[in-house]
Ligand binder design. Structure first.
Ligand code: PAF
Length: 292
């Protein structure tokens, strides 16, 4: 089936029907799962997927199972009209906007969980059920879309690691493509949640990127103590009014386990609350082999 303009699809049945005929026509499928309120970070995933695939499918679904009981599910920003216009401009073929009952029908009781340190560290300490919600919805979306390639942003580094583990463990026949973090001009990582920040919090929030860039500089100058790197970030962020550090972690980039000495590919990840808004950011660095 040829798709000339963007199809807006709400039901699983319609999605499966249209994708089945595209697949049997030999078209490759690129998939960008999102929770909407699209920003330039999402658009960069779509552009990459557009270039690399015949068909581009984007889902917009604010997934309730990845929000904890006291988190921002109801307040999470939504703008269907604007998202639709942005997707049209990116030449998206299929926009999948399922209602909640389409993904979680009455009686839904099956969840997908990646076990172990990967889902217990970093963000999981303050959001213990978050990754179970992410892997459950992403597994469902992968089953529905059956993409050749699925695109995720490095900003959610832990999410990427957890999804890659799930794809490997459950033999999903697709490639996870990880795209670089998109930043505002001053360095703040783009996020739908940036919209919650007051003007002062917004300008203060640049300290996250600055502290990570300074840490990168320390490592480039030879620092190999994870504690020293984490302390320098803490020293930079702590004095900022309204900033409350959730965590600053220096971990192995693949397993997300804590490091003492820095070697190989490492991830420095942090989460900081500005008032009620929790922001995350990270940087991955190749520290090379063991140090003498
Ligand atoms: O990164 C997100 O926006 C969400 O966690 C995802 C992957 C769309 C699952 O709901």
């Amino acid at each position: 089936m040829e798709i000339d303009s963007m199809e807006i699809i709400k039901s699983k049945k319609a999605l499966r029907t249209i994708l089945k005929s595209s697949r049997s026509a030999g078209k490759s499928i690129g998939f960008v799962p999102t929770m909407g309120f699209l920003h330039a970070g999402h658009l960069s995933l779509m552009r990459r997927a557009r270039q690399e695939n015949d068909l581009l499918v984007v889902s917009i679904f604010v997934n309730p199972t990845q929000f904890g009981p006291n988190e921002d599910l109801d307040a999470y920003p939504r703008d269907t009209e604007r998202d639709t216009a942005l997707m049209l401009a990116e030449d998206v073929d299929i926009a999948f906007f399922p209602p909640a009952e389409e993904i979680y029908p009455q009686g839904f009781t099956t969840y997908v969980t990646v076990e172990g340190p990967m889902t217990q560290a970093l963000c999981a300490k303050s959001r213990p059920t978050h990754f179970r919600g992410v892997t459950t919805v992403v597994a469902k979306l992968f089953h529905l879309v059956m993409p050749d390639k699925a695109y995720f942003g490095q900003k959610d580094a832990q999410q990427v690691a957890v999804i890659q583990q799930m794809v490997k463990d459950l033999d999903f026949d697709l490639q996870v493509v990880v795209c670089p973090i998109k930043r505002e001009a001053d360095g703040l990582a783009m996020s739908s949640r940036n919209t919650y920040l007051s003007p002062r919090q917004r300008s203060d929030a640049v300290v996250l990127f600055q502290s990570l860039a300074e840490a990168q500089q320390m490592i480039a100058s030879g620092e190999r103590s994870a504690l020293a790197v984490a302390r320098s970030i803490e020293t930079r962020i702590k004095p900022v009014q309204d900033a409350v550090i959730d965590y600053i972690s220096v971990v192995d980039a693949e397993t997300l386990t804590d490091l003492e000495r820095l070697e190989g590919k490492i991830l420095i990840a942090l989460a900081v609350k500005f008032g009620k808004t929790r922001l995350i950011d990270n940087i991955s660095i190749n520290c090379g082999g063991p140090c003498r």
